[in-house]
Design a protein around this ligand. Structure first.
Ligand code: UDP
Length: 242
């Protein structure tokens, strides 16, 4: 397997784990994502996963309902740990060695986030799942993915979504919408394109970490992405539409 990317950070939103459900976790979806991650790991790719929590709780929604925003965000971070443990369970049932590291200490169930230890795990072929976001309220797991990618020296951030890339307008309402094959960071920021939040984009820009936005529901896409096949949209190059 000719690898373009050796060490990746895969950002999985909570919604990706939800499948067609309206809340929570679809075990079949988690299983199929775990299989795809295991496949690339078996081929020598070092995989660190950052999981979201939007399928369970989002701080901003709690705040809109009158909760204290920071408290709501901490609850959101705890939600991501449930997802992290679920993914770990699916991987370990396939006998793939995995470690969960959390940014908020929960030592009975996971390791605390320790950067050097995370890198060591990756070098030993263990999949790392980062839970509890960055540990800070007012941030997102997208920003966490960019931050961890910079910290562990990842080659790329894979932003797995439900759409096959970034469009110049909404493809659901505009039949002439065109998908970008590549985009530069400045364009994403200036046009406020919904790739990841602006803090995440800025971190990737400053650290020259490319982002690949792709549809996770298409089987084999993670494998294609690590091999450099042009799927979805690559942020970090010039702007080209397909
Ligand atoms: N969160 C946070 N700090 C972080 C990461 C996440 O406070 O560094 C909270 C925030 O409330 C967020 C929730 O955790 O709404 C779930 O994360 P996110 O919305 O990023 O999940 P996703 O949209 O990827 O499912």
């Amino acid at each position: 397997m000719g690898l373009t990317y050796q060490r990746i950070v895969l950002k999985l939103s909570g919604e990706a784990l939800m499948g067609e459900l309206s809340y929570g976790i679809d075990p079949d979806i988690v299983q199929s994502i775990a299989e795809e991650i295991a496949d690339v790991t078996a081929n020598g790719v070092q995989v660190a996963v950052v999981v979201g929590g939007g399928n369970i709780f989002r701080g901003i929604k709690g705040a809109a309902a009158g909760m204290d925003r920071a408290t709501a965000d901490y609850i959101g971070m705890i939600a991501t740990v449930m997802n992290a443990m679920t993914l770990q369970d699916a991987l370990e049932r396939m006998e793939v060695p995995t470690r969960v590291q959390t940014a908020i200490s929960m030592q009975q169930i996971a390791e605390p986030y320790i950067r050097r230890r995370a890198i060591r795990h990756l070098e030993k072929g263990r999949i790392i799942i980062f839970g509890a976001g960055s540990g800070n309220p007012f941030f997102t797991t997208d920003t966490t993915a960019a931050l961890r990618a910079a910290e562990i020296g990842a080659d790329v951030v894979f932003k797995a979504t439900k759409v096959d890339g970034v469009y110049d307008s909404d493809p659901r309402t505009n039949p002439n919408a065109r998908r970008y094959q590549t985009l530069n960071y400045a364009h994403v920021l200036n046009k406020d394109l919904r790739v990841m939040d602006s803090t995440a984009i800025s971190l990737c820009k400053e650290n020259n970490i490319p982002i690949i936005v792709f549809d996770l529901s298409v089987k084999g896409n993670i494998r294609k992405a690590v091999m450099g096949d042009p799927i979805g949209t690559l942020v970090g190059g010039l702007c080209e539409v397909s």
